[in-house]
Design a protein around this ligand. Structure first.
Ligand SMILES: C[S@@+](CC[C@H](N)C(=O)[O-])C[C@H]1O[C@@H](n2cnc3c(N)ncnc32)[C@H](O)[C@@H]1O
Length: 205
């Protein structure tokens, strides 16, 4: 029987899979993510690949919203030496994130919060707001769009949201095109994982 991969290496970061012993150990504890933060989603590959190819001019401070296992933020900490705050409504994702941060030798601050509760004040010190696969229900359209609006108001310099092209994502993305001249960029990766989707890219000049 073929052995399952325990990790991926991608653009200088290590991504632990569900088969990794540290992840399996956490899975046996009470940390059971319940809002789809139960694995690393493919949109994280799109986000990381985009950021590698388009390094943001300003990324001293980064917020990863709906971080799940946190790979987007971990990539920014490793590659850009960024100070990262990873936010998720579900605290049970954080042990998985910390295992991945440790595997990459970086530190990331975690905060349990819904998108709706991230304030303009909390966004004021953030240069770059990133997210991957956070627009998966119609009910998330307003909370995610309003988060983008607050981030723009707070002066966040760039916002990048990767998505496997679900319809709530396009509703948000089109609103951001109209209101903030955001761009929708098609993106794909081939290795180590085949992923395709789109990125919402907003430059807040
Ligand atoms: C599909 S997962 C994506 C996780 C990660 N970004 C990735 O690409 O692997 C969606 C994440 O959003 C979080 N989430 C869902 N609704 C949220 C909300 N209203 N506020 C904050 N986080 C939320 C979930 O807990 C989950 O970790």
């Amino acid at each position: 029987m073929a052995k399952r991969r325990t990790e991926h290496r991608f653009h200088g970061v290590t991504m632990l899979t569900s088969s990794h012993k540290d992840i399996r150990r956490i899975k046996r504890t009470d940390a059971q993510p319940s809002i789809h933060g139960n694995k690393l989603w493919k949109s994280s590959f799109l986000l990381i690949d985009y950021l590698k190819k388009h390094p943001p001019e300003h990324c001293r401070t980064v917020m990863d919203a709906g971080c799940g296992w946190g790979m987007g933020g971990i990539f920014c900490a490793r590659r850009f030496n960024a100070e990262v705050i990873s936010v998720d409504a579900d605290k049970d994702v954080f042990p998985y994130l910390q295992a991945n941060a440790a595997a990459n030798g970086v530190e990331v601050t975690t905060r349990q919060s819904k998108f709706q509760k991230i304030t303009t004040k909390q966004l004021r010190d953030i240069d770059l707001l990133i997210a991957a696969d956070i627009c998966f229900w119609d009910e998330l359209v307003d909370p995610v769009y309003n988060l983008v609006k607050r981030a723009v108001k707070a002066g966040v310099k760039k916002i990048v949201i990767a998505d496997p092209e679900r319809s709530p994502f396009f509703e948000i993305a089109h609103r951001c095109e109209d209101k903030f001249c955001a761009e929708i960029v098609e993106w794909r990766t081939k290795k180590p994982v085949e992923a395709s989707g789109a990125l919402l890219v907003l430059e807040n000049a």
